[in-house]
Design a protein around this ligand. Structure first.
Ligand SMILES: NC(=O)c1ccc[n+]([C@@H]2O[C@H](COP(=O)([O-])OP(=O)(O)OC[C@H]3O[C@@H](n4cnc5c(N)ncnc54)[C@H](OP(=O)(O)O)[C@@H]3O)[C@@H](O)[C@H]2O)c1
Length: 318
């Protein structure tokens, strides 16, 4: 496994990160726990030392399952543990909360669910329009002083929002949506993170699975993906044709389309580690080799062009 420095934090993370959102039944249905735990064992065996979860995933369920795994396996210290705060699930309505009191309480709750005494990377899940960044920073400052949190990270923020937090606290990393299909952050956030030496850990690096190129043309998605425009009808067919065009380039490098899609991301100089959503040992075992290298520029650009065209035509209904 390859490793990289996460921004200026000094944390050395594997270039593949184990993503835990799959334990959110609302989005992914009931994912069996036994193979998921075996996938974590496999990650340890392969040298994957970075795991990402959130309080929001299954409203605490994903953190709890990860905590159970840590307790039973004794593998807590193997991992650099990243989680997120943002959503309160208190009745009557689910809403964002990054107030001082909420962050302090949410950290206690996360530590209890994760059965650990520290969170290595505590990330604000998204921008909260109602709380000043200095208030968030004050809560994180206290948690760092108490040894409960090691570093602060951000997710789903634009460059201006990251800069606002940076006035009050070091931002170790940004977790944006970034993959061969969704490339908006290339314009501002990635150059910004390069300039500021902020680590970048893209989520949905396989666009929730589409970029694996593994689905048959008649595949019907039963989970939340059935609601996404590129996962149905003509748009889905057009994307599969684009992925077929990508396949020979991937094969030229001895890679599957899934591995190629991850290597494509890891080739960008701003990107530290790709957070892949894992359900099974096969998922983590077959994606790990993607980290072993980068792509030549001509193939990076050709792949980007093929998928941009496929996306344009898919969304235009062609
Ligand atoms: N910060 C945020 O707002 C945010 C948002 C979304 C996700 N995330 C994080 O990022 C992680 C990954 O994102 P994601 O779950 O959206 O999408 P993803 O990693 O792009 O896709 C995950 C899906 O890809 C397929 N897959 C994964 N590895 C595979 C392999 N080796 N071979 C074949 N198929 C494979 C599986 O599909 P099947 O289920 O069809 O097998 C899996 O469910 C999450 O787990 C979470 O930690 C963060």
């Amino acid at each position: 496994m390859q490793y990289a420095q996460l921004g200026k934090s000094g944390l050395l993370v594997s270039r593949i990160c184990f993503g835990c959102w799959q334990l959110s039944p609302r989005f992914w249905g009931e994912v069996p726990i036994a193979p998921w735990r075996k996938a974590l064992d496999k990650a340890v065996e392969l040298g994957v030392n970075f795991v990402d979860t959130a309080g929001a995933y299954g409203e605490g369920y994903a953190e709890e399952m990860l905590g159970n795994y840590f307790q039973d396996s004794g593998n807590r210290d193997h991992f650099i543990l990243a989680t997120k705060f943002y959503w309160t699930f208190k009745k009557p309505k689910r809403h964002p909360d990054t107030s001082y009191a909420f962050i302090i309480q949410e950290c206690e709750d996360a530590l209890r669910r994760l059965k650990t005494d520290r969170i290595d990377l505590f990330q604000v899940h998204a921008w909260d329009p109602l709380t000043r960044p200095d208030e968030v920073a004050a809560a994180l400052g206290r948690l760092k002083q108490e040894g409960k949190v090691r570093f602060f990270g951000a997710s789903n923020l634009n460059a201006d929002q990251v800069a606002l937090y940076q006035r009050y606290i070091d931002v170790a990393s940004l977790q944006p949506l970034y993959n061969l299909i969704d490339r908006e952050v290339e314009a501002r956030e990635l150059p910004y993170c390069l300039r500021e030496q902020i680590g970048v850990i893209p989520y949905s690096p396989l666009h929730r699975g589409l970029l694996t190129g593994k689905y048959e043309r008649d595949h019907v998605f039963e989970d939340d993906r059935k609601n996404l425009p590129l996962y149905q009808g003509e748009a889905f067919q057009r994307m599969l044709a684009g992925l077929d065009a990508l396949r020979p380039i991937a094969e030229m490098h001895g890679l599957t389309v899934a591995q190629f899609s991850i290597r494509w991301l890891l080739t960008h100089p701003a990107v530290t580690s790709a957070i892949v959503g894992i359900k099974t040992p096969e998922h983590i075992a077959s994606i790990a080799p993607a980290a072993a290298g980068v792509l030549p520029a001509e193939d990076w650009h050709e792949a980007a062009h093929i998928i941009a065209e496929a996306k344009r035509e898919a969304l235009a209904g062609k």
